[in-house]
Design a protein around this ligand. Structure first.
Ligand code: AVJ
Ligand code: FE
Length: 421
């Protein structure tokens, strides 16, 4: 891959990207007050301290066996911090803070991993492994943001956010997409890094459909709530209804009701609900809204087709344009990209749920050095999510990148738009 660049240059770029990614994840943990590091802001995930160890254990487990001269120095931590969790059917973890090692031990492990790996990384023959380490860490930079978002404000050091772009009132409408083909996936000849689930490239015939020009906004979603959408069983699948009832879900997780009105809980402050920002909801909530308006969620192929022809300059590079941008922009903000068909804001202003169950493309092969990355999630319990949020690194805004979450997971910076067929 990237055959036109000399190897040393590739290696140098990747090592500096790894260093950048480390700085970013280090900064995220600094948001948390030390006494809150053993809390679990999201019931389905590990305590925060796990992720401090995980980012380094992952790199160590991936890279050290392929360098040769490095010997394990803490096999117990290598295993303890190897993998995160994503329990299905509400089987939540029950470990206690005292089950985890002390902060001093975990931080000592982090330093020792970096000090051992770094002088040896030049010896890595395959740049693919560094791509995996970098993107793995950057994905966690986003999933950690969701997690820290759920911490009580008192448990973290506050930052001030950047100013928000303002926009004209949204003029909602739908865009006709003519019948045609959508190209999904990466070819093994493409000169960019992709994860196992992005291969092989293939073309899908998509019949004509119409799609919302903008993502569904908080304002639109509030109409659904006001109309009693959460109490209308006919709008929810049986599994979604059961989940909603058992968990007493009555609103998006980011919304709060008090003083007689709705508020949005941003990363660092609560604000009156901004009507023209995209709503962040679970797949179940998105599907119920879509049924309420007599529409559906787009399939992965429809989403690609709508995006076809949009500015794809984002692939290949990495970095963030604005480190301080935590909040999304209004769905019609001028800076939002527009596809050739005129569909707005498909990339980078909040992920979008699709109706497609996460599954391998034809020609899928797991990475031999990380066989479970995708394959462990081809279980019919996860849906494909596309597009990217304000916390997604630009390298993962490439059209082929596929994200996935369980349908009842409310914590992602993910919204949706609807289609009619
Ligand atoms: C692709 C974001 C769903 O967070 O579970 C991180 C990425 N995999 N460590 C996840 C991942 C292993 C994954 N997502
Ligand atoms: Fe991970």
């Amino acid at each position: 891959m990237l055959a036109t660049q000399p190897d040393v240059e590739i290696q140098h770029n990747l090592l500096s990207r790894l260093a950048d990614a480390r700085r970013q994840t280090d900064r995220l943990f600094e948001i948390v007050k030390p006494e809150a590091l053993y809390t679990r802001p999201i019931p389905e995930r590990h305590r925060i301290v796990f992720y401090i160890g995980h980012l380094e254990a992952f790199d160590w487990n991936l890279l050290s066996p392929r360098i040769g001269k490095l010997k394990p120095f803490h096999p117990q931590f290598d295993q303890l911090f190897a993998f995160g969790i994503d329990p299905v059917d509400g089987r939540l973890p029950s470990d206690k803070p005292a089950d985890w090692p002390s902060l001093a031990e975990v931080r000592g492990y982090v330093i020792r991993v970096r000090n051992s790996l770094d002088p040896a990384l030049d010896a890595l023959a395959d740049p693919m492994l560094l791509h995996v380490a970098i993107e793995h860490r950057l994905m966690h930079a986003e999933t950690l943001a969701y997690m820290l978002h759920q911490l009580p404000f008192a448990d973290r050091f506050q930052q001030t956010g950047s100013g928000e772009p303002s926009a004209e009132p949204v003029r909602f409408g739908m865009v006709d997409i003519p019948a045609g083909s959508a190209t999904l996936g990466l070819s093994r000849h493409d000169q960019v890094f992709g994860w196992d689930n992005e291969y092989e490239a293939h073309s899908v015939a998509v019949p004509a459909f119409t799609i919302d020009q903008y993502k569904v906004t908080n304002g639109q979603y509030q109409q659904f709530i006001d109309a009693g959408g959460y109490e209308d069983r006919s709008l929810w699948s049986p599994a979604d209804w059961n989940w909603k009832s058992e968990q007493s879900i009555t609103r998006p997780i980011f919304w709060k009701w008090h003083s007689g009105r709705w508020f949005l809980r941003n990363m660092f402050e609560e604000i009156p609900l901004p009507a023209d920002w995209p709503v962040y909801v679970s797949h179940a909530e998105a599907s119920a809204y879509a049924r309420w308006v007599g529409k559906k969620l787009p399939s992965e192929a429809q989403w690609h087709r709508a995006e076809h022809g949009s500015d794809e300059e984002t692939g290949g590079h990495c970095g963030r344009f604005d480190f301080d941008k935590w909040n999304p922009s209004p769905v019609n903000a001028l800076s939002e990209s527009r596809s050739a068909f005129g569909v707005a804001g498909l990339i980078g202003n909040g992920w979008e749920w699709t109706s497609t169950v996460f599954a391998p493309f034809e020609g899928f092969q797991p990475f031999p050095f990380y066989p479970g990355y995708s394959a462990n999630f081809f279980d019919g319990q996860h849906y494909v999510v596309k597009g990217g949020s304000t916390r997604t690194e630009t390298c993962m805004l490439r059209p082929s990148f596929r994200n996935w979450f369980q349908p009842h997971y409310q914590y992602v910076y993910a919204g949706f738009r609807c289609v009619s067929e």
